[in-house]
Design a protein around this ligand. Sequence first.
Ligand code: MF3
Ligand code: CO
Ligand code: CO
Length: 276
Amino acid sequence: MNYVQAVEAPERNIGQIKIYDPAEAFAGMAAAGKIAAGCLDMLAKEAAEGVTTGRLDDLARQYVFDHGATPACVFYRGYRHTLCTSLNHVVCHGIPGDRVLRSGDILNMDVTVIVDGWHGDTSRMYAIGDVPRKAQRLMDITYEAMMRGIAAIKPGATVGDIGHAIQSFAEAERTSVVREFCGHGLGRVFHDAPNILHFGKPGQGEELKPGMMFTVEPMLNLGSPAVKVLNDGWTAVTKDKSLSSQYEHSVGVTEDGVQIFTLSPAGIDQPHKLAG
Ligand code: MF3
Ligand code: CO
Ligand code: CO
């Protein structure tokens, strides 16, 4: 795997890691990330008992357009929605619809927006009504695992260092790491090289360089890590129907560390901790 200057590369996944000029790219990524994160902030007030996931998707689409952005998932590989809404044992890519939220549900909402060609991709967990303690704990661990992965990011570190930070923490806390889905390069391309695995060994994999931009988006399960995709072609669920949880940030590698593009403007980075 080698590297290419993003300005000289075609605007698609060519299997090489794009190096962006931070002075040119990071402001655009921060603007896109802010709208994506603001959308998840807005949804924190709306995700409640009695509301359908389809209604939340409608609100998200409206928010994105009202802020001059485009929902990246609409028409992406045949997908039709602004959000993925992944409930309980759904690992990721849950499709919004007429499912009514009930007390005890845990919900991941994942949104990707495009602003001036830049992608902002982020997801958070939401607790509906009274959620069992084991589910709260899973969501706490997932957020902490993501942040530990992000904390490992700096020039000279590797993709394996990120995966190791996530996996070692998640497994020490008796949760399992989903293998089939990973983080990804992003910038002008939605799903780009490299793959950011959420498991791995220190020092292995591609070296991180300033100007790389990608997501960190671990999915952790209470039971086995095994997943399967339902017949709709999208919805990924745990094979053993155990609870699953995910958090996602979009980040860029700086000269001395990392910048998170999708921090919550309202300070609601962990909506699952809100009573409700
Ligand atoms: N936002 C998801 C990710 O984190 C991708 C969703 S693709 C879709 O990469 F088509 F399902 F929306
Ligand atoms: Co996402
Ligand atoms: Co992503």
